[in-house]
Design a protein. Structure first.
Length: 509
């Protein structure tokens, strides 16, 4: 591949940069000397990434042909890392339409190569018998291979890395259940792959010869059943022996709800993951090594991949998580800022508190909310709301935080998403729980001119239909306890340090 006249590296377009793989691929491409353009539906979510200043960010949606065509101009290599996974019954059609738009735009723009990360499909299994998730990924791969643009399709099974959905599912199942009654898919053979190897091959694929247009299987050196993966995870993590009892009655649908209750991965995401484990997923070839050389120490084995991931988790150094991507079905509408907003009812609950502490002390408490630090009011109410959300197929409270102390735009925070953060002043969260409407929570830290500060809090709700109206008025009586208590206790925490007792006013985990 030849570079442009400036001598700079090829320009790479990365879709899915707000997601788990895309967010990790960008810095790897930069380190390899490539120029990077990120396509994002919500560019603000990339604002606080450490690499943002080194890339070009364009606003586009993969289902909008015009915006994709504009994003493709001048691109050498286009990475397709998006999926409509779990967004409803029509997700296969959404995937199909987006892939066709992307393929057509790449062809028209003269893109030299498309690189796509798909799923490893089982050998000898008719496509109609595959899970909808795997079937859709296989179809997207075909569409891109038939685009007329040289394409590399990389097919991976379970990706092991800190923060990946597959790793979080494995980790929490193994750590939380010393005795497990499990679905029969725990006997399925799988060839997991370390996220470091996935990224290495993605970067290397940018410079494949023009005549290469095909799919490649990628995997680690170990072939294990899911049961063996749990057993070996326990050994690496220093846990006591796990007792695993497979039973035939747990279908993928029931399994997804079981996984959703035990792990932070919601049932809507757990279902396609568990459905994909019904069939053996083992690499049928290793041809990728002809084009992307394998350095010493690679591919990384399962045990080492787990050790690396656990070290990242324990050091709170997880760059991206499965929840970096928006939850399927979650609202993406920005906060309405027009004071005379004409989009219907917009209800607000406002609270204020004087704080006998400087504004930086107050801000530390605000930025530290959620996760293990809790929400500073009525623990039972927050826990109950989280459980109700899980039962409804939502994310609940157990997504936690990427970092225990720092937040950045786009971070997931329990069942919220950081929509806006102005360090030292404002934290705005958008709800991703299952609601009959849109909801936001704003927290402000303001100096009062005397060395002390003022805390302001605003909860906003835009109801959807009659059910949304009923929801707001149904929960309104509890606002004084939940939101009023939160304002008082955040102020107190700033004045005397975080509280540790589980009582009215104590953080909840």
């Amino acid at each position: 591949m030849s570079d442009d006249d400036t001598g700079a590296g090829p320009r790479c377009l990365v879709t899915g940069a707000t997601g788990y793989i895309g967010g990790r691929l960008v810095p790897e491409l930069l380190a390899a000397g490539h120029r990077v353009r990120c396509l994002a539906r919500s560019p603000g979510r990339l604002r606080d990434q450490p690499w943002t200043g080194a890339v070009e960010v364009v606003r586009a949606d993969v289902t909008d042909a015009g915006s994709v065509a504009a994003a493709m101009r001048g691109v050498d290599v286009a990475y397709y890392l998006v999926h409509a996974l779990g967004t409803g019954k029509g997700f296969e059609e959404d995937d199909r339409r987006a892939a066709r738009i992307f393929a057509a735009a790449a062809r028209s723009a003269g893109v030299r190569r498309i690189v796509y990360l798909g799923g490893l499909t089982p050998a000898g299994v008719p496509e109609h018998e595959l899970s909808p998730h795997l079937r859709s990924r296989a179809e997207v791969g075909r569409i891109l291979l038939e685009s007329g643009v040289p394409t590399t399709v990389l097919r991976a099974a379970v990706i092991i890395g800190s923060g990946s959905a597959s790793f979080e599912m494995l980790r929490h199942l193994t750590e939380r259940l010393p005795v497990m009654v499990t679905p029969r898919w725990v006997r399925t053979r799988i060839q997991p792959v370390a996220v470091r190897d996935v990224l290495r091959v993605l970067v290397g694929s940018a410079r494949m010869p023009r005549e290469v247009n095909r799919a490649f299987d990628i995997g680690g050196p170990d072939i294990l059943t899911y049961r063996e993966m749990m057993t070996r995870y326990a050994e690496v993590a220093g846990l006591a022996r796990r007792f695993i009892l497979p039973v035939p009655v747990l279908t993928p649908g029931l399994s997804s709800h079981w996984v959703g209750l035990v792990t932070p991965v919601p049932a809507s995401l757990a279902r396609p993951l568990t459905e994909s484990l019904r069939h053996e997923v083992v690499c049928g070839e290793q041809d990728i090594t002809r084009y992307v050389p394998t350095p010493p120490g690679h591919p990384i084995g399962f045990d080492e991949a787990v050790r690396l991931a656990l070290r990242r988790v324990r050091e709170a150094d997880v760059a991206t998580r499965w929840s970096s991507a928006s939850v399927p079905g979650a609202p993406s509408d920005p906060l309405p800022t027009d004071p005379d907003w004409a989009g219907g009812s917009l209800y607000a609950d406002r609270r204020e508190a004087r704080v006998d502490a400087p504004v930086d002390a107050l801000w530390r408490v605000i930025e530290g909310v959620g996760g293990d630090n809790g929400w500073y009011s009525f623990p039972l109410a927050w826990a109950l709301r989280g459980w109700l959300d899980r039962l409804a197929g939502g994310v609940g409270l157990r997504r936690g935080r990427r970092d225990a102390q720092r937040l950045r735009a786009g971070d997931s925070l329990d069942f919220w998403r950081v929509e806006e953060i102005e360090p030292g002043r404002l934290l705005r969260l958008r709800a991703e729980m299952r609601l009959p409407g849109l909801a936001w929570l704003e927290m402000y830290a303001e100096p009062d001119g005397t060395g002390r500060s003022r805390y302001r809090q605003r909860a906003l709700f835009h109801p959807r239909g009659l059910l949304g109206q009923a929801y707001w008025w149904g929960v309104s009586p509890f606002h004084a306890v939940v939101f009023g208590g939160m304002a008082r206790n955040i102020a107190r925490a700033a004045e005397r340090g975080p509280l540790t007792r589980t009582e009215e006013g104590a953080p909840v985990g």
